[in-house]
Design a protein around this ligand. Sequence first.
Ligand SMILES: *[C@@H]1O[C@H](CO)[C@@H](O)[C@H](O)[C@H]1NC(C)=O
Ligand SMILES: *[C@@H]1O[C@H](CO)[C@@H](O)[C@H](O)[C@H]1NC(C)=O
Ligand SMILES: *[C@@H]1O[C@H](CO)[C@@H](O)[C@H](O)[C@H]1NC(C)=O
Ligand SMILES: *[C@@H]1O[C@H](CO)[C@@H](O)[C@H](O)[C@H]1NC(C)=O
Ligand SMILES: *[C@@H]1O[C@H](CO)[C@@H](O)[C@H](O)[C@H]1NC(C)=O
Ligand SMILES: *[C@@H]1O[C@H](CO)[C@@H](O)[C@H](O)[C@H]1NC(C)=O
Ligand SMILES: *[C@@H]1O[C@H](CO)[C@@H](O)[C@H](O)[C@H]1NC(C)=O
Length: 486
Amino acid sequence: MNPLNLPLKILFPIFSLLFLFHCTNSSQILSGFSATPQNSLQSDFQPLLTDISGNFSLGFLKIQQFSLLLCIMHLPGSITEPIWSANSDHLARWSSTHLSFNDTLVLSDSRSSPIWSINGDGDRVVLLSTGNLQLLRESGNKESPFVVWQSFDHPTDTLMQGQNFTASMNLVSSLSITDTSKGKYSMRLNEDFLGLYADFHGNKEQLYWSRKATQEKARIKPGLGPIYARLEPRGFLAMYQTETSLVDVLAFESFQFEAGLRKLRLEPDGNLRAFYWNNSKWVIDFEAITDPCQLPSFCGPYGLCNNGGCSCLNNQTLYTPDWWCYTGQSEDLCNGLNGFRVLRREKVELPFKQLMDQGTVGSLEECEDSCERNCSCWGAMYNNISRVCYSVMYPVQTLVEVGSEGRFGYVKVGLERERGERNRVAEVVLLVVACVVLVGVGAFGVWSWWHRKKQAGFDGLLQEGLAPGSYRDLKAVSGSVELCNR
Ligand SMILES: *[C@@H]1O[C@H](CO)[C@@H](O)[C@H](O)[C@H]1NC(C)=O
Ligand SMILES: *[C@@H]1O[C@H](CO)[C@@H](O)[C@H](O)[C@H]1NC(C)=O
Ligand SMILES: *[C@@H]1O[C@H](CO)[C@@H](O)[C@H](O)[C@H]1NC(C)=O
Ligand SMILES: *[C@@H]1O[C@H](CO)[C@@H](O)[C@H](O)[C@H]1NC(C)=O
Ligand SMILES: *[C@@H]1O[C@H](CO)[C@@H](O)[C@H](O)[C@H]1NC(C)=O
Ligand SMILES: *[C@@H]1O[C@H](CO)[C@@H](O)[C@H](O)[C@H]1NC(C)=O
Ligand SMILES: *[C@@H]1O[C@H](CO)[C@@H](O)[C@H](O)[C@H]1NC(C)=O
């Protein structure tokens, strides 16, 4: 046996361990890879796999201190806005999650079954400089390994330049800027149009924006298969039927300008926006809905929008961006348990009314009546000039205030929702009372501590052992302040 072998045998594992430790942020993920979140991070994003350009990275994003999202970031841009995420519908725990690779990539929690995994087996995972994460399997041809899975086929809320968006995919908005769980809006391709849909009741989707693919000279040939869309480097969203038959061009403001990188995002407010990277920031160059009042729920449920400003449909409730006009679950008017109250308001219209269910009726009474009798109907809007009656088949969201006479709104308010409202008021009142009491007790504690300290002097205080008790009182004060600030 070569005597050099022994030290090598000992040193090699040590070196490879060091190597592994240093290269947890590597250019590819191979079998045996395992990563856990680190607590000593400067930023909330911990990169694990970075593409060769250094522009994109797959990593752990810390969300609200304790949760973990496995996602891809565009590093020069904002590192709070992922371009793709694995587990947005099921956040993991920062403290007990790990990512491992052995045939496939698995995100798991020590206590439960895998939170997320790729369905398929491969040899390695790579991140391309387009932002596409791929699971590859070696094939006979070494130049082109077989792509088992790619993140570009499973978009979340963002479409990157060069990514194909097909009829079997959808973009789903996230709930808010800080909450990445699934929101109410989605984008889908249909036979001949691209549509944005809102889901306010879990059973009926409402189309609120659409783009028909007939703007180009070429017509859609029936039977040629579904169309697909792609964000092109020269500033437009293209719809194709085949690679050689372009059926639509949705041009952005920077049309024909070759930017370095582009993305299209379905935003938490339901708007679809395109951006290009100008080497220092993402610049918006397209917005599907330019008037905020035409967004599906700009001011929330039962809100009223006027030139981008918000108030509430009933004049008694004060609009606040946190509470909106109503909160709580939207209940079902058809289960027969809860009644409803009617709210009427003049000079209001529905946003995107041309896309709503509608019919022509003889009078306002007829319009209201048809909604009154149908428990799936949450509201009706009537225009007494055109005599068109629009129905809203989900809990009414934001209406648009208009100047013209003769636009009538009829809105059902579920009584359970109102009860929820009253409970909330009760909750707030209780909280305030509790805070006042706690502050009072705390103040008394401080006062008595101060009083006794003055009487006994510092030595006496220590002897009497009063300090711990007064500390508790002080804690109660600070605790109550926290409670009030919530
Ligand atoms: C990173 O992105 C910028 C802007 O798009 C681009 O100019 C640059 O070439 C990219 N980096 C690399 C190494 O490709
Ligand atoms: C990886 O997978 C192979 C085959 O499924 C299995 O034999 C092996 O034990 C696994 N290795 C680890 C570290 O889990
Ligand atoms: C998009 O689709 C075209 C045509 O099918 C294909 O050539 C191209 O490789 C696809 N791009 C990606 C990133 O999958
Ligand atoms: C990118 O846009 C920002 C803000 O609009 C601007 O200040 C900056 O100069 C732009 N950068 C380049 C390289 O154009
Ligand atoms: C609210 O106030 C407006 C304007 O003052 C009025 O036109 C409307 O009828 C009121 N609506 C309700 C529901 O009280
Ligand atoms: C309620 O209205 C919807 C949509 O117009 C309709 O499909 C449904 O049949 C109606 N239900 C009843 C009970 O009239
Ligand atoms: C429409 O309603 C307005 C406001 O109530 C009223 O002044 C007008 O006469 C109505 N027009 C018709 C054609 O009924």
